[in-house]
Design a binder for this molecule. Sequence first.
Ligand code: RFL
Ligand code: PHB
Length: 389
Amino acid sequence: MQTQVAIIGGGPSGLLLSQLLHVRGIDSVVLERKTKDYVLGRIRAGVLEQGLLALMEEAGCAERMHAEGFTHDGTLISYGDEMFRIDFARHTGTPVMVYGQTEVTRDLYAAREAAGGRIVYNVEDVVIRGVDSEAAHVTYRVNGEARRVDCDFVAGCDGFHGVSRKTIPEDVRREYEKVYPFGWLGVLSETPPVNDELIYANSERGFALCSMRNANLSRYYIQCSLEDSPEDWSDDAFWAELKRRIPKDQVEKLVTGPSIEKSIAPLRSFVTEPMRWGRLFLCGDAAHIVPPTGAKGLNTAASDVHYLYHALWEYYGNGSEAGIEGYSAKALARVWKAERFSWWFSSVMHRYPDQSEFDLKMQRAELEFLGSNEAAQAAMAENYVGLPY
Ligand code: RFL
Ligand code: PHB
């Protein structure tokens, strides 16, 4: 098989890149390790920045998102029974959209299929070869049969556990990592959301988040131990713990019901540098991970896709390699800012096992300052709605 860009990974990064390239007449092949149903079964991000919305529009995939997504002009932050609001509209004039990653991915699959895009599922043993030469290609197996794609470039969109990052030689690659000593237990339930905006809650018993997907689908998270497994948490135990962590007036409104999904995600900050090696580019979770507290993972993947798509468009349009040369530095400059915001917001909102009385006072002071200071709220709002590309 021959293509211009071989894309490893059919998650949101890979599909969005493939569809945007298609709009500009650039051919790609997507190689995905799992099935489409498996990818669509993963419940992940819920909050989309304007930059991602604009890319979905440019990709011709925004119709259902605009019809079914919810625009949010602010978010709530609580500590104990105190609660304040960060007003995105007033501080930035920019809202965010609540529309699940599952739906984004579903819309991208539909667009790729409608355009006859080539997506190969169930690929195994993907090996990226020759990206430091003129003869880039990818070998893999499907149903035990060896196959090969010859290409100009390879986009590594295969997430944190993929092969792309590890293709960059160890003496070239630098990795920066912080692993947090807790996880998030997430529950999806067919109940109306407790509130019409998200609530990020700091409580003595640990962090909680009240989020949503639509008028009758709620997504809740509580900070949990890394030793826990979802089976340790009955629905009743989950709801009881959530109620202990959110303000009393919210507890009275909370509608509980059976969970339809329950999972635990570890929290990690991670960046790899550089994001390009020869003809290989890393995009999204393949290059960096943020803790979900700032809702930045998918949105940072989208900004990578934006820079890479423009670099490739420029290359195929007028032969300029400037975008390709500058990709890693440009993407990383924005990535590190999203890392900082996610790390800061995580540190303010969670209980850490080794926190001292002094640390707790600092956390409280940080929240009281944020709750009362316009400049701090403006900085939070700017970061939350997404820094410019
Ligand atoms: P993905 O989604 O991991 O997709 C990578 C794809 O590559 C495939 N793959 C391979 N394919 C071929 N060969 C190989 N060797 C392969 N290895 C892997 C995988 O099967 C997969 O289909 O990465 P991508 O596309 O970069 O997208 C990134 C986002 O998924 C991620 O950043 C977000 O989900 C993070 N995240 C959130 N981000 C937000 O912006 N807002 C949020 O509210 C938010 N909440 C979350 C999250 C992530 C979570 N988890 C479980 C990690 C909440 C959770 C619980
Ligand atoms: C979600 O709805 O899954 C969600 C929302 C905001 C976050 C993280 C996850 O910060």
